[in-house]
Design a protein around this ligand. Structure first.
Ligand code: NAD
Length: 314
């Protein structure tokens, strides 16, 4: 009856009408393509300037998840043609000893990026670590100088997950100018930098958080909805504006249908939201893979800036 529509992309919503299913944003594919471009950029930097970017990752303690993250970062770094340096320190490392290690890496000319894997043990202040990393080697983009530069519209190393989230929105929608973006969450790690990056893309940005009144109503106004809360399925289907682009940053472990097993879900009720949204990132396989890709991108950028050679745009 509607010959111009692909009937396969419609499904009943139980209320007698038909809804379009959202297109799933393939973060894995976007990240893979970005990592390939970074690898090409690294090869050019080597060929033209004889510089091989080096990324140093410091892990304090034995946290199982952190060990997996650090291993994956090392593999990706080498795959991109960069040098990966890994430093493991015992769980009872003092703050002074860790900061000494960071200062040593700050002064090492073969190191262009420094990442201390968080969380660090209780005796160490995370902020002290962030403050000690040289801003030019701060590939996590968390140093107050980089945060301030981002707000001021100056060149900065920007946090990886937020950068990856905005790349996905741009890959999906193209120019973001004039779109209303609602960001739920105001952490220094995700919410605040996502909002700044979207502002830089000329979005009208609303920041929502735990004290926001009528969060559902706020979300319903979003052309782009970024959820960075850490509460499984807080964003429900009827919080979504029809056709909206949803970037789900949340990673939450919940019990699975299979007894004794767990699975990862986002902050968005994926099934309900994808019946209303235009585009949506899955969890896993959405924002997650972009984080490492953006870490590598920052390391390449840092290597160019530290050497004073033209930046390689990937
Ligand atoms: P956080 O705990 O530091 O911040 C959470 C934010 O959510 C806060 O600003 C708070 O105001 C807001 N919030 C809390 N409860 C709320 C509520 N009921 N309604 C509205 N807002 C509420 O967390 P974070 O470090 O910003 O991380 C957020 C999520 O993103 C987590 O699930 C985390 O695991 C995930 N994350 C994913 C990646 C990735 O690579 N994909 C990277 C970093 C963080």
């Amino acid at each position: 009856v509607w010959p111009q529509f692909d009937v396969g992309s419609f499904r009943p919503n139980g209320r007698g009408s038909l809804l379009v299913s959202a297109q799933i944003i393939d973060g894995k594919a976007v990240a893979l393509a970005l990592r390939q471009r970074i690898g090409d950029g690294v090869a050019r930097l080597k060929a033209q300037h004889n510089i091989t970017p080096g990324l140093a990752v410091v892990l304090v303690g034995e946290d199982a998840a952190s060990q997996v993250y650090v291993r994956n970062k090392g593999i990706a770094t080498k795959e991109a043609g960069m040098v990966s340096l890994e430093f493991r320190m015992p769980a009872d490392t003092s703050q002074a000893a860790l900061l000494d290690k960071v200062r040593e890496l700050n002064n090492d000319p073969s190191v262009h990026g420094i990442l201390v894997q968080f969380p660090v043990p209780d005796q160490i202040s995370q902020q002290a670590v962030i403050d000690t990393i040289h801003p030019d080697k701060d590939v996590d983009g968390l140093h107050p100088q980089n945060a301030g530069r981002l707000v001021s519209g100056l060149p900065a190393l920007t946090p990886c997950t937020p950068t990856g989230s905005v790349i996905l929105a741009k890959e999906t929608l193209g120019d973001l100018t004039g779109k209303h973006a609602v960001v739920i969450g105001r952490s220094n790690l995700v919410g605040k930098p996502v909002a700044q990056l979207l502002l830089k893309e000329n979005c009208t940005v609303t920041m929502a958080h735990s004290r926001t009144q009528d969060l559902a109503g706020m979300c319903r106004q979003a052309d782009i909805l970024v959820a960075a809360v850490g509460i499984a399925h807080i964003v429900q289907g009827d919080w979504v504006k029809p056709g909206a682009c949803i970037i789900d940053v949340g990673i939450n472990r919940v019990a699975s249908a299979q007894e004794g097993k767990t699975r990862l879900v986002g902050d968005v009720d994926f099934d309900a939201a994808s019946a209303v949204a235009g585009h949506i990132t899955p969890v896993p396989g959405g924002v997650g893979p972009m984080t490492i890709a953006c870490l590598l991108r920052n390391t390449l950028t840092a290597a160019c800036r530290l050497a004073g050679v033209p930046e390689i745009d990937v």
